[in-house]
Design a protein around this ligand. Structure first.
Ligand SMILES: Cc1ncc(COP(=O)(O)O)c(C=O)c1O
Length: 547
């Protein structure tokens, strides 16, 4: 990449698009991208007109009670087909996505999701199955779920699985409720009121603990990035209900003292919860069950090829030890022994008197189960191990590239040691010496059409940037990204205002993210001429097609 970011030759060599030339003027919204579908509406326009009925007409009043019949027509946009196609195509082009470019968003495992898994999930027998279908007519789906449960027990090293939770954080909630049920069964529910979490924990861990009604007790981090064992010991007593920890942790560091950690908590009578969101680093290499854990959640929408960042359906199954099994959510998907010489039958087991109950309606996001099952079957056990090995190799390669001169003096490693699947840099020197914050650099990356890493997390690293390249990225992509980083910093050394005012090519410039989070306005105006909602004094709250 050329020093000025303007040479086409540099772009061809690195494979990463050149950054747009910086400009102080706000980016002009792209043609056709600013109006909502309601604002495009014109009375009488239609995309598709159904042919006239060729069956006898029946008056709606004859088939529905008056209370169910609306008096006003619905307020739907009236738009012709080309307008609809352009509207959604333009919207989709504003979105940065994994199919477009590098997405090293730490702790999100934004890896490529093989397209064949999408095809399998879209098969009508999978995609059109009704969630209320009787088990006898959904045997294939139940068998798939039962087999997926079996695969996950092997990955976890724990003998029982529930597929009910629908996100990592939902699995955490199930896990803490299981810990409570366990202590209740042992007459210790009242006494055990605290859950320990490391100060490096993902935000969902303490949030879950509070949501389940427990007190959060933070455990400190040792200088090597692992848990501070002395601090842990000093906090382990008979009031501890559980320890919730991820390994490797959010610094990308595998805690080699894990057996001592789990033994300490177990000796104090606590339940051991493993946040499996970082499993992509250790699949087929080390197992939470073997490390001494009772409960683990999987983020199927990270390690098992379902998109994670950006929301959408997910799945956070849990695997548990024998001592936790009686409390698992209902229903469990089970295989019943053959009757009268027939094949085995797959069914729901609701007969679980100690269960914590249901975690959600129906059975979960079935399409996610199909994708994960297809993925595990296609790569196999050895393949999963290879996935993790390459994820770790790639992270260490990128870590080494970003430790080169031109980058490392401004963005040093927070913990200078071999990492697992992700690693953290600190932007403190860039802020102090160049006057550009981590946020500025992240925004400028958007102009190069690469997604920034996770920023300002983990909290204990000043100006943190958390990178996770994943195993599906080629060496050339990581090399190109390292060059982008070098170029950004060289550019910032010449003129910090460029990064400070970035991005220049995104559909919107800098938003007031704090206001958007605190006072979100999510309603769009319903029709042209309609006053946009929100406080005119705080225009960033208002989308209303006026951005
Ligand atoms: C370490 C860790 N724990 C828990 C979670 C929560 O998972 P989810 O986003 O599915 O609720 C994440 C999400 O990225 C994570 O990185």
């Amino acid at each position: 990449m050329s020093a000025g970011g303007s040479s086409g030759a540099g772009a061809a060599a690195t494979g990463v698009p050149e950054a747009a030339a910086p400009t102080a003027a706000p980016a002009a919204p792209r043609e056709g991208s600013v109006l909502t579908i309601y604002e495009r509406s014109r009375e009488g326009r239609r995309a598709f007109v159904a042919p006239a009925d060729d069956v006898p007409e029946v008056a709606i009043e004859d088939i529905l009670p008056a209370s169910e019949i609306r008096t006003d027509p619905p307020d739907l946009p009236e738009v012709a087909e080309p307008e609809i196609v352009r509207h959604y195509t333009n919207l989709s082009r504003q979105n940065f996505h994994l199919d477009e470019g590098f997405y090293p968003l730490g702790s999100c495992t934004m890896k490529h999701n093989p397209k064949i898994n999408e095809r399998v999930a879209a098969l009508p027998g999978h995609a059109r199955l009704h969630p209320a279908q009787e088990p006898e007519f959904a045997q294939g789906a139940l068998e798939l779920m039962w087999r997926l449960q079996g695969q996950l027990t092997e990955v976890a090293g724990l003998p029982h699985v529930s597929l009910q939770p629908s996100a990592g954080s939902h699995g955490e909630l199930a896990g803490v409720l299981l810990a409570r049920a366990f202590h209740r069964a042992h007459g210790e529910e009242e006494r055990r009121t605290k859950v320990l979490t490391p100060d490096t924990a993902h935000g969902t861990n303490p949030a879950t603990v509070r949501m389940a009604g427990y007190e959060v007790v933070k455990v400190g981090t040792a200088p090597d990035g692992g848990i501070d064992l002395d601090d842990l010991r000093s906090k382990c007593d008979d009031t501890v209900a559980a320890l919730m920890i991820t390994n490797p942790n959010t610094l990308g560091i595998f805690d080699s003292r894990i057996a001592e950690i789990t033994a300490t908590v177990r000796d104090a009578g606590g339940v051991l919860y493993y946040d499996g969101a970082n499993l992509n680093a250790v699949m087929g290499i080390s197992r939470p069950g073997d490390m001494g854990f009772d409960i683990v959640h999987f983020n199927l929408h990270k390690s098992f090829t379902q998109p994670h960042g950006g929301g959408g359906p997910g799945a956070g199954p849990i695997a548990v030890s024998d001592r936790i099994e009686p409390f698992l959510p209902v229903p469990q998907v089970v295989r019943r022994a053959p009757e009268n010489g027939g094949p085995p039958r797959f069914d729901y087991d609701f007969d679980r008197p100690l269960s914590i109950g249901k975690m959600r309606g129906f059975q979960g996001n079935f399409g996610v189960f199909v994708r994960s099952y297809a993925y595990i079957c296609s790569v196999g056990g050895d393949g999963l191990r290879e996935v993790s090995e390459i994820a770790v190799l790639n992270a260490n390669y990128l870590r080494a590239r970003l430790a080169e001169p031109g980058i490392a003096e401004y963005l040093p490693l927070a913990f200078d040691r071999t990492c697992m699947h992700e690693f953290v840099l600190s932007g403190r020197p860039a802020k102090q010496e160049l006057g550009v914050k981590t946020l500025d650099l992240a925004k400028r990356m958007l102009d190069y059409r690469v997604h920034p890493p996770t920023v300002y997390f983990p909290l204990l690293v000043d100006e943190a940037m958390l990178f996770e390249p994943t195993e599906t990225e080629a060496k050339e992509t990581m090399d190109a990204f390292a060059e982008v980083m070098r170029e950004l910093l060289a550019e910032a050394a010449r003129d910090p205002s460029i990064a400070q005012n970035a991005p220049y090519t995104a559909p919107v410039r800098r938003l007031d993210e704090a206001a958007a989070a605190r006072r979100p306005v999510v309603r769009q105006p319903r029709s042209p001429g309609h006053e946009p909602p929100g406080d005119p004094e705080h225009p960033t709250q208002v989308t209303g097609g006026k951005l």
